[in-house]
Structure formats: structure tokens, C-alpha cells
Design a protein around this ligand. Sequence first.
Ligand SMILES: Nc1ncnc2c1ncn2[C@@H]1O[C@H](COP(=O)(O)OP(=O)(O)O)[C@@H](O)[C@H]1O
Ligand SMILES: [Mg+2]
Length: 305
Amino acid sequence: MANALKIEDLHKSFSTGFIPKKKEILKGISLAVEEGEIFGYLGPNGAGKTTTIKCVLSLIFPDRGTVEIFGRPHLSPKAREKVGFLPENPYFYDYLSAREFLSFYADLFLLNKAEKEARIASLLKLVGLEKAAGLHLRKFSRGMLQRVGLAQALINDPSLVILDEPLGGLDPIGRKEIRDIIVRFKQEGKTIFLSSHILQDIEMICDRVAIIVGGRIINQGTLHDLISEKVLFTEVTVSGLAPAELAGLGESLSVHGGKVLLKVYDEDKVGRVLELVRDKKAKIESLIPRTETLEDIFVDMVRRT
Ligand SMILES: Nc1ncnc2c1ncn2[C@@H]1O[C@H](COP(=O)(O)OP(=O)(O)O)[C@@H](O)[C@H]1O
Ligand SMILES: [Mg+2]
């Protein structure tokens, strides 16, 4: 089976300045997105995420490299008609209602009236905007606008949906709503390629990720591949014991309300803390094994490059 999206050795430079100087932005990007997955394109601002997406959508042309969409060259009409797109900072017409906005995009794709109405109704439902469908967009919150944008990206019933920073500028509730919608897209059988510089969002919904830093992919794989399940340390909160009694068992991080938070690096020592608590009739308030997070890896990688 062909990949939903396959990028090979993509290079792109821009010439800037009064005396034009070439600056290489993409330095050989290769990645492959499997059909039906949510793929996260993760990297700090300025890494080259939007530039990559623009190449995929043929809004700009790479200096070198190839892009295939469901096994077809990305410039072919058959490939392009399978793609839906939500740009990074979409523009919304203030005085259109959500329904009118979607109707405008549906017309661009020459849907007939019945098709169009059915599509718009199902998309409004999918993004949870049925009730607000008649309201002018200028009255929409940022989160609601983003939901209209997501519906727009699906108007042509694409198989591959490309979302550039879909969670940007949203509050935590807004982010959760958008994440839920993206997961719904996946359940509808779509492949989703989304970029983000926010790790937690990617971590929560993506099946696989590629990490881009400075125009290069520095790692790519399932979250399971990238994050080791190994316990790095255990955080134990104890009450009824003095920090001195726990000396030597771990780093005592803070003491308040008679509680000691202990960072224990050694499995055996966790056992000894538990024994001590039992012997002294003290109490375990919490015990949390900490594994590596995508954030740890990301920070580490960005530091190394
Ligand atoms: N049209 C352009 N002309 C010159 N430089 C550009 C252009 N587009 C992007 N860049 C530069 O390319 C780098 C990567 O930008 P971008 O792909 O937007 O990063 P990201 O989306 O990861 O934040 C940035 O340094 C940006 O300034
Ligand atoms: Mg960007």
C-alpha cells in the first residue's frame, strides 16, 4: 500500500535581503505518513514546518526532492484532489456565517446543491457548530473559528488532511476540542498530517511523529519508539516522616504541610522508603514513576543541535 504522504530529500532555499543571499531552509527532509494515522510534525518555530507543508501543497517549489500523495506525484490533479488543508493563520470573512463560509468553499469544488448541503450539515455536526451555523464569524471565538477552519479543510472530502498548527493560539479547552475533532477525522478514515511546536498536543493524539529542527528531521517514529518506557525516577510524597529520616534514599525536593516530596532514582530505594513508612507508621501520599516524555527528548535534541 502506498503511503498517504511520502517526502524524499526535500531541499528548499530562499533568497533574501537587498543583496540577495541564499539561505537553505529545508536541508533534505524525508518522511513517510501511513494511511489512516495521525502524524505529528513537531519542531520549534522557524524549523521549516510551514515551508515543508507549502512544498507538499505546491504553493512553493522545492529546489530538489520529491513529494508523493497516495503514490502519485504531488503535482498531479488526482493527488491534489485528495488533500484538504488548514493554514497556520487562516483568514475568516467577518460577515459570513459559518454555513455561508463553508458554502463558498464547497462551490470552489463544484459540489452540486444536494451534495453541498449534505456535506455542510455533516461537517457542522462533526465540528460541533450546528447551533452556531447561522452566526456571523466575527462573533466566533478563536476556538470556534478554528473549528470552522477544520470543517473547511474537509469540504472536498479529502483523504489526507494537512493542518498547520491547528492548536495554535487556543486555550486548553479549545485545544482539547480541536484534538477531539482531529481524532474524529481519523475515525472517519482520514489520514492527518499536523504540525505543532506544542509537544503535549502531539503526544496525546499522534500515532507517529517526525521531529524537525533547523530544516532537518532529527528523529521519526512511533511515540513508543521515541520515548523509552523506562522509569527515570519515582516521585514519592510522604507524610509523618522528617526529611532527615529519609536521608540517603533520594533527593528531598520540598517540604510543606508536613509532607516530604522525594525524588528516588533507584528501584531498591523505593522499596526501602516503603519499608520505612510502614515501620514508622507514616503515610504515602502519592507514588508516581516518571518515564521519559516527548518533551524531555525534544529539549535534549534541540539542545544537541
Ligand atoms: N518566503 C520566504 N522567504 C524567506 N525566508 C522564508 C520564507 N518563508 C519562510 N522563511 C524562513 O524559513 C524559516 C522556516 O520558516 P517556517 O517554515 O515558517 O518555520 P515553522 O513553520 O517551522 O515555524 C524561517 O527562518 C523563515 O524566516
Ligand atoms: Mg509554521
